[in-house]
Ligand binder design. Structure first.
Ligand code: N01
Length: 497
């Protein structure tokens, strides 16, 4: 189908927005249950989401690849414990190809607006190529897709090359240059050791020192890959062990005394790798371990000790055409400015443009603090599913397992519709409110709420609307079964599975 296809051809049973892991995985799940009438709209020219976009040097997953892959598509060929972005992207492309998802993809189509047409019992979705009509809308646009530029005066006046890590410009020469990187989060700590040997001077602008833990990344030897190919169950066992390890590692996020133990043990990484006491003090986090996302790196601290690296921990007050000025009045000349300033998952970009039964948008209802029943469905928005929705993020394990649990929930919903003969499903306001209170209660004792830091996990109301407050197993158990009492079913269906 082309971008100019007539309206009748633009009516589908399921429309998915976004072709990252969530969107591709949802399409595979739907095809497996016999729903082939589906289209995935992708604003870029190829699939892959965050792993297509993030191509800064040494970009890699900070969850072991054996766990950061679909359970139904194990990959015995991972080259490293923590695969790089290009390898993860290739994996996703391969899975999409093998599972015959590619014919469903429409590239270079940006969704601008979607609203529920109550009379037609359809979603009407406006994309850059025109309207689509769909019975079900699945939003899989990801939490880390829109780069945030820092709100520093003068940023636009900088005269040299300036780019965000998620929009890395490989054509900009860095060799021998004076480069500044703003931010010391997950992206920055991967970039810094990768470019430090090449640049002349590297200025690292740190606002808050982070907890950085050992990563133990290794090449996976050929014999082990061969073994996994021959005996897939062994890789399944390795995955299970990683899963259980991460579930155990989750406990300190909820229990303070375990955090104290963890901080004492894991704080040694900094002590071992940074000998200079003054630099060590400046790199020492001043909040509870785990409050902000834990960072994993074996080479970040060693890079910070190199003679061509300067830690700048004064606030940047002004960016000028030739560099930046810090609060102590120092001027720092810079040739290239790299923004490792992250994303804003608490303000999903499509939320103001998706309107439900009463014409109000998701953003209108959320008022700065996203909520959804089981992190997936929203009252007043029939047949809408949000993948990686509110409170489905993780601070300790692979988010792909959360996506798969959401797929199970959607499967259950399609079963419920098929069995009941209904056309639409949406959670009751009571079910969503109960669930949200339960989530908030669950967060009360977590480090994210009490750890003494400002993190992007918290929205502008101060509520944690991004993370799931328990272990992954609990989410899978809860959401895997659909409670019919929690859903309002309506209409008579044309389709049957
Ligand atoms: O972004 P971040 P990221 N002046 O928000 C600083 C995922 N990810 O791109 O801590 C000065 O973590 C900010 O400072 P502060 C992963 O989920 C995954 O690094 O707010 N500094 C912080 O240091 C990750 O958590 C992988 O005080 C400013 C940094 O910028 C998420 O992406 C790999 C500033 C932003 O850090 C985001 O990581 C990489 C300002 N005005 C990333 N504004 C995987 O492996 C912001 N900062 C899966």
């Amino acid at each position: 189908m082309t971008a100019t296809a007539p309206a009748s051809e633009r009516t589908v049973r399921v429309l998915i927005v976004g072709s990252g892991f969530a969107g591709i995985g949802a399409a595979i799940m739907l095809r497996a249950r016999g729903i082939g009438d589906l289209v995935i709209l992708e604003r870029a020219a190829s699939l892959g989401g965050t792993w297509r976009d993030n191509r800064y040097p040494s970009c890699a997953c900070d969850v072991e690849s054996v766990l950061y892959s679909f359970s139904f598509a194990p990959n015995p060929d991972w080259s490293r414990t923590f695969a790089g972005s290009a390898e993860i992207h290739r994996y996703l492309e391969r899975v999409a190809t093998e599972q015959e998802v590619l014919p469903h993809l429409r590239f270079d189509e940006t969704v601008q607006e979607a609203h529920w047409d109550e009379e037609a019992q359809r979603w009407i979705v406006q994309s850059t190529s025109g309207p689509w009509h769909a019975e079900h809308l699945i939003v899989a646009t990801g939490a880390l897709s829109d780069a945030v530029r820092p709100d520093i005066p003068g940023l636009d006046t900088f005269g040299g090359p300036c780019f965000h890590t998620a929009q890395w410009d490989a054509s900009v020469p860095l060799d021998g240059k004076r480069v500044a990187i703003i931010g010391t989060g997950a992206s920055a700590i991967q970039v810094i050791p990768a470019i430090q040997p090449r640049v002349g001077q590297l200025l690292v602008a740190q606002r808050t020192p982070a907890w950085v833990l050992p990563r133990h990344d290794r090449a996976i030897p050929a014999w082990r890959r061969a073994l996994y190919r021959r005996v897939p169950r062994l890789q399944g066992l390795a995955r299970l062990l990683q899963y259980l390890r991460h579930e155990v590692l989750f406990l300190p996020f909820r229990h303070r005394w375990l955090r104290r133990v963890a901080a004492r043990l894991l704080g040694r990484h900094l002590i071992r790798q940074v000998r200079d006491p003054a630099l060590r003090t400046r790199l020492t986090p001043r909040y509870d371990i785990g409050c902000k996302r834990l960072l994993l790196s074996d080479d970040y601290y060693p890079a910070m000790t190199q003679p061509n690296v300067t830690l700048v921990d004064q606030t940047i007050t002004q960016i000028t055409p030739t560099g930046f000025v810090t609060a102590d009045g120092t001027t720092h000349p810079v040739d290239v400015l790299i923004l490792a300033t992250g994303f804003r998952p608490t303000d999903p970009p499509l939320a103001p443009f998706i309107r439900g039964r009463d014409g109000r948008s998701l953003a209108d209802g959320w008022r700065g603090s996203p909520t959804a029943y089981m992190g997936t469905t929203v009252t007043g928005f029939p047949n809408l599913a949000l993948l990686n929705g509110p409170n489905t993020g993780l601070g300790h394990s692979s988010v792909l397992m959360m996506f798969e649990a959401q797929f199970d929930h959607l499967n259950g919903l399609f079963d419920l519709l098929a069995l009941s003969g209904a056309q639409t499903a949406e959670p009751t306001p009571e079910a969503q409110a109960r669930y949200t209170s339960w989530i908030d209660e669950g967060h009360r004792s977590t480090v994210w709420q009490r750890g003494g830091c400002q993190s992007w996990y918290l929205d502008r109301t101060g509520r944690n609307s991004t993370l799931w407050p328990y272990g992954v197993g609990r989410f899978r158990r809860m959401i895997g079964q659909v409670d019919p009492e929690a859903y309002r079913l309506a209409g008579l269906a044309e389709h049957r599975d």
